[in-house]
Design a protein around this ligand. Sequence first.
Ligand code: NAD
Length: 289
Amino acid sequence: MFGAVVVGIGTAGCVRIRDMLAPLSGSPAEKLTPRGFISRRSLESQQGVSQISVEEAVSTEDIHVAFICTENVSHEDNIRTFLQAGKHVCVEYPMTMNYKAAVELWDLAQEKGVILHEEHIGLLTEDYKQLKKEVEGKILQEGTLHFTGGPLKPGFGFPAFSGIARLTCLVDLFGELSVTAATIEEDSGTNYSKMTAKLLTADNKPLTWIEERGPGLPRAKNINFHFDSCTLTQIPPAPRGAVGLFMQDLIHFSAKLVGQVSPEELQREKTRILHCMEVADKIQQLCKT
Ligand code: NAD
């Protein structure tokens, strides 16, 4: 069994505890068991799991795994603490708020011989899986992904990182991307922001990624992908899958822990994650100049 600690008791942290307490039967997630949670607040036990300190978590031998579910700006420090202690880490996206730190953390995980996993439930939705099937085999001419949503709470960081789920989908659909231009409009008074990034595929086809947030904006992903054969203007709606998204991610992470994921797949995922971090970093730099 892998004992686990959950860091950060927000929406994601509570779901992690819930899923470990009731894992999908017959899946490697059954190998995980929650042994405590960490919070900056002083809390009652959560779903029967008690609060422990960071010091206790890193020094307890039967805690092998940490789930980092805090706000984005504190992911990096938390990941480092647990990797340094030789614990496997599952972090909710985005792993860090800059590319350099992500590279350092992957190196540290390798040095310690532990798994570092970044959650990407955005790749696991039935809608996304359907979209991926529809895109497969088609040749892109140009495209736009325009995300809208409400304002984020403080601590969620620059939009290229807080929205890295969208960038990850673009990279998963169209391959590695380069950045040609990026701008941001921000109005802190009204809590509005709009980031526009101009990207190019390896075949020099233009893609635009817009991340727009403001009060009252509906959470939506609008696409417009022109292919040689047709145009897709809507993510195909698909019925919800039988297994929840965080549970699917938990199964994938625990499969890595028990050695069921091939080194090639681990490497592919690491390459994709670091590529997205590098693109996000470049977008942020261009927005600042
Ligand atoms: P959240 O705002 O619910 O929690 C974030 C952090 O804030 C946690 O550390 C939590 O302990 C703390 N917190 C929450 N309420 C608090 C309060 N009243 N007082 C003090 N601290 C409080 O955010 P979340 O949705 O759980 O997101 C956590 C991470 O998971 C983020 O990195 C996010 O990007 C990622 N994520 C979330 C979802 C989701 O569906 N919620 C999906 C994918 C990724």
